[in-house]
Design a protein around this ligand. Structure first.
Ligand SMILES: *[C@@H]1O[C@H](CO)[C@@H](O)[C@H](O)[C@H]1NC(C)=O
Ligand SMILES: *[C@@H]1O[C@H](CO)[C@@H](O)[C@H](O)[C@H]1NC(C)=O
Length: 374
């Protein structure tokens, strides 16, 4: 009898574990993939490379490992605003990857101090009551980045098909990545006007032109956009966060231990309608255990965006925790400037009147072909 009882107890234990496991999933529906987080952290680390040729040809020190074989299609450098982003094709993931660089100032400390005073000063277009910070918004919407990124995505998808898009970034780059992902999902002006008119004209014969135009507009509202950011600041109010949550339900916002930036601009618990509010879903990397049994876990937080038991449960006082994620460096090898190093191996580049540069190539062309084409 005794062994049977043990068996029954064991079966009961298993059932309990399975049930609670299932319940957790049904309630929380976390879509966190730790392997994807590591891969995207490496893509994000690479965007800090100063040598644009190495970055563009994917030969930089940080290009490789989990990101081996990546093909950069477009590299955008906004010289005036000191911003950088790239778009390309990851064969192993069969996805477009879009990566934004964080702030590149001499002193990250100044930028962080400045974050304390950011006001919610802009109504997000077409989203009643949703407020955001105009500086973060403009860094994506009001610079060369938006056009460059959109054109890079289009070029990649023209060749590789309507594959999923993964948007990522660290710090200020995470804020820009968030506005980009939202833009791709909600904006019906996503496609440059000339392209819409061109496609429309060539396909209008025998069709109702207005129907055709509507059809095209809807098509430019992209599906299959995913966002994962690292150590990003808050960018909008609670209404914005809940709209964001609806538009991009699978978003993951990584925070690391005592990283100061996710605590900024501040969240004022007693003024929930007036304050900044993170969108979900936070995944908090932190250490647990005691003595020699300390290990790092990635904790999936609740759906509120402001889980009091995650990074908000500790003081955000570390810059060092801001510049290392999952053991991967998230800052430039050399300190802050906007150095442009390039050579004539790059096939094509455009410079606008403000001196901004977009490097691009035809998707599918290999780096060796790129070299021999010169
Ligand atoms: C975008 O830039 C233009 C010109 O530089 C400026 O007038 C406008 O206020 C900016 N918009 C936002 C939202 O900052
Ligand atoms: C986000 O969406 C989930 C699922 O619909 C919901 O439970 C959660 O409360 C939402 N969070 C916010 C901040 O809107």
């Amino acid at each position: 009898m005794e062994p049977r009882r043990w068996l029954a107890a064991a079966v009961l234990m298993c059932v309990l574990v399975l049930c609670s496991g299932r319940e957790l999933k049904a309630k929380d529906a976390p879509t966190y993939d730790p392997a994807l987080a590591r891969t995207l952290a490496e893509y994000t680390s690479a965007v800090y490379t100063a040598d644009l040729t190495q970055l563009f040809t994917w030969t930089c020190e940080r290009c490789g490992d989990l990101t081996e074989g990546f093909e950069v299609i477009e590299l955008i450098v906004d010289v005036k605003n000191c911003l950088q982003a790239y778009v390309g094709f990851a064969k192993d993931m069969n996805a477009v990857i879009v990566v934004f660089r964080g702030t590149q100032e001499n002193s990250i400390q100044n930028w962080i101090e400045d974050l304390f005073w950011k006001q919610l000063d802009l109504d997000y277009p077409g989203m009643p009551e949703a407020k955001v910070h105009s500086g973060f918004y403009s860094a994506y919407h009001n610079t060369t980045l938006r056009d460059g990124v959109v054109s890079g995505i289009q070029k990649t998808r023209e060749v590789y098909g309507n594959i999923p898009i993964m948007v990522t970034g660290h710090s200020m780059g995470g804020a820009m990545a968030s506005f980009c992902a939202l833009d791709l999902v909600v904006s019906n002006k996503f496609c440059p006007q000339s392209k819409i008119v061109g496609d429309w004209k060539s396909s209008m014969i025998g069709h109702n032109p207005w129907e055709e135009l509507e059809h095209l507009k809807i098509n430019f509202r992209l599906k299959d956009v995913k966002l994962m950011t690292f150590g990003q600041p808050r960018i909008g109010n609670a209404v914005f966060a809940s709209n964001f949550n609806r538009s991009l339900p699978d978003t993951i916002r990584m925070t690391n231990s005592h990283d100061i930036v996710p605590h900024l601009p501040p969240y004022y618990q007693y003024f929930p309608q007036k304050t900044y509010h993170h969108f979900p879903r936070e995944v908090w990397i932190h250490s647990v255990g005691l003595g020699s049994f300390v290990y790092s876990i990635e904790e999936i937080c609740d759906g509120s965006g402001e889980d009091p038991t995650c990074s908000r449960s500790v003081s955000g006082n570390s810059v060092n925790d801001h510049i290392h994620y999952l053991g991967i460096s998230m800052h430039a090898e050399s300190l802050g400037h906007c150095r442009i190093v390039t050579d004539d191996r790059i096939l094509q580049y455009n410079m606008d009147t403000a001196g901004n540069i977009v490097l691009f190539k035809q998707p599918g062309l290999s780096v060796n072909e790129l070299h021999s084409a010169q």
